[in-house]
Design a protein around this ligand. Structure first.
Ligand code: ATP
Ligand code: MG
Length: 258
């Protein structure tokens, strides 16, 4: 059976579930994401946020339900194929090839993400120029020849995003982009995200840092025990009784601040 979705939705989730034995990590999520939206996902540890991203991005098979991208069912499509189709993601644990340089990491994305599987590892001048231009955009050009194992966490996180966006994905999934960063570094990341949002990229991110979520996102989702318990404006979260009781607890007042 061919499943088709709404043409208005860039990404659509229909009753998406992931169960590990008795544990319902993701428990029936219905969601429509339109092109150009910027969505921040919050929720307590273990709420199922990363698992949800893994289901969308093809890293983990769904137990039940459908994910549609541009109206096409993508359940079962490998992550690298989804990358070629316009879906990119980053990871909660900062990834990157530590024994390669920053430029070599970017080249890996530029070459392998081009969708041309024949390209292999043949590098051209154009690949190098595209890589350097993207590194420059993310303030990484000066450290292009540094080994990734030697660069600070902020630069690793920027490199992960730069590698994900170099092919201009339609949707970008970021798992805790600013987790572990200092306040000034978070500010820097906010600028990068606002810039990316301005280009029309649909960004969906998971984040515990509420200042980042409320500044960058125009729509907020809160997950708890595998379910979506809030879908609305970022400022509205602070007043939502369910969100307060299951997630914010005593931090509710802090959310209302800047
Ligand atoms: N491969 C797996 N096998 C069994 N249980 C798993 C597996 N992956 C995740 N889980 C469980 O599913 C639940 C949701 O985990 P997940 O990593 O999605 O949470 P999260 O919302 O991303 O949390 P955090 O904010 O801490 O990153 C947790 O209870 C976790 O232990
Ligand atoms: Mg997680």
């Amino acid at each position: 059976m061919v499943v088709t979705g709404s043409v208005e939705s860039l990404l659509e989730c229909r009753q998406v579930k992931k169960h590990y034995g008795a544990l319902k990590a993701v428990d029936g999520i219905n969601l429509n994401i339109a092109a150009g939206e910027t969505i921040g996902i919050g929720g307590p540890n273990g709420a199922g946020k990363t698992t949800f991203f893994d289901l969308i991005s093809g890293l983990t098979a769904v137990s039940a339900g459908q994910v549609l991208f541009n109206g096409q069912a993508i359940t079962g499509i490998a992550p690298h194929k989804l990358f070629h189709m316009g879906m990119a993601r980053t990871f909660q644990v900062t990834s990157g090839f530590g024994s390669l340089t920053v430029l070599q990491n970017m080249l890996a994305s530029v070459v392998n993400g081009s969708g041309n599987e024949e390209a292999g590892l043949l590098l051209s001048k154009a690949h190098r120029e595209k890589s350097m231009s993207c590194l420059a955009e993310y303030g990484l050009a000066d450290i292009a020849d540094d080994l990734v194992s030697n660069i600070p966490v902020l630069d690793r996180k920027k490199l992960m995003v730069a590698s994900a966006v170099v092919h201009h994905p339609q949707i970008l999934l970021l798992d805790e982009p600013v987790g572990g960063l200092m306040p000034a570094e978070i500010d820097e990341f906010i600028e990068l995200m606002i810039n990316l949002r301005g280009k029309g990229t649909c960004i969906v991110f998971i984040e515990h840092v509420m200042r980042f979520l409320t500044t960058v996102a125009d729509r907020a989702l809160i997950m708890h025990q595998g379910k979506l318990i809030y879908d609305g404006t970022p400022p509205g979260m602070a007043a939502d009784p369910l969100v307060k009781s299951v997630y914010l607890g005593s931090e509710a007042d802090e959310m209302g601040g800047d």
